[in-house]
Design a protein around this ligand. Sequence first.
Ligand code: NDP
Length: 449
Amino acid sequence: MQFDYDLFVIGAGSGGVRAARMSAALGARVAVAEERYLGGTCVNVGCVPKKLFVYGSHYGEDFADSAAYGWTPPPAAFHWPTLRDNKTREIERLNGVYRNLLDGAGVTIMEARATFIGPHAIDVGGATVTAANVLVATGSWPNLPPIVGAEHCITSNEAFYLDAFPERAVIVGGGYVAVEFAGIFQGLGAETSLLYRGPLFLRGFDAGIRQFVADEVRRKGVDLRFNTQVERVERSANGLVAHTQAGEAIEADVVLQATGRAPNTAGLGLERAGVQTDAAGAVPVDGRYRSNVPHIYAIGDVIGGAQLTPVAIAEGMCVAYNLFAGESRSVDYGGVPTAVFCQPNIGTVGPTEAAARERHPALQVFESTFRPMKHTLTGREERTLMKLLVDGDSDRVVGAHMVGPEAGEIVQGLAVAITAGATKAHFDRTVGIHPTAAEEFVTMREAAR
Ligand code: NDP
């Protein structure tokens, strides 16, 4: 049978765009459908605008710190519409960049919703398109917990476009989005509370890192409340009130639910193609990103794994090379580094200390905490934490964790070394760059544990 395309991609986010471009570069006839915005969550309502907001939120501290360096700080006032609209202009520029990338690669862009009609047939805005292979790259969407008054809450989607900047913000959740937005709102001047249902936020991260971040975030003035479950949000005369199970009532102008993201599969017609989803709505895939229907693939947030742009991109590359270059690639998830842009930042690669200890009985933990050099003059009580996990039997460095300025930048480099199999002896032989924070990673001599 003749198909219109060799590959039809549903969703022009990070993963879908990369898979489409690479497949076209390898000679395939490719189309991509997108109903919302080119670039997906990352470009439009995720990584990119978030990082711009993080930059913006740090100026308050920088102005204050500048006094110790001899500057007369300006009378600092923050104007939200300027940041919001400058950010939006940059996002629109990036939407254009994505369009050019796809055009330049010879990918057909269809700006409409795509739904399956059958295993090889897709309805795109009323037209039927056929394809030999289909890639589901529809991403995820923020969860709103089913509490009374959920309709008064916002998610990260809306946080990027608020009409007015809140004076008081309540953030519910304890993951990436919650801690990042806590730093953004607090830094931009809102009185910010973060309410997390468990005993300590950032579940899944190294225990020492979690505690350290909690201390630092508190020090920045965020009202952190653990073991706190919001059960109801109501509108009041002067804003919103978040009511907790323990009977507390916290007033706010915005309540941001940062309680995870669910795979975007509803209404996609997957059942008409015979594609199964799991209880969470994710598309289960094998090691080559094939769903239970072998010519229908899925990558990125929609498969229910790590919801990270570089992971989706790596998966998209695998699909393209496996389909159109005869390769048999898969992603090594063990070495995925990640950063959380809370303030100060977290950078991490490899297992937590607890997980590493289970795998490596002779684990050695090297650890260092110090005040960043910049703050020797400012007097600011901010601390940096660095941890290196070494398998004592092989001397291999198995993990690195950091909390501190530019932790993501530093850990990205360490991830290369760890992927290459570096040993502690390699780290010890490496000459430091002085004076940097990063040099601490090559000058750790005594194991703390
Ligand atoms: P996460 O899954 O990271 O965290 C969700 C948080 O919400 C957890 O603390 C969870 O608690 C809590 N939660 C879940 N359901 C409820 C509920 N019903 N009531 C109260 N609390 C609840 O999701 P995020 O929304 O923070 O982010 C989504 C994903 O996006 C991240 O996992 C990450 O992969 C990605 N992301 C990456 C970023 C980066 O790379 N810097 C930045 C932002 C997002 P518990 O721990 O108890 O389950």
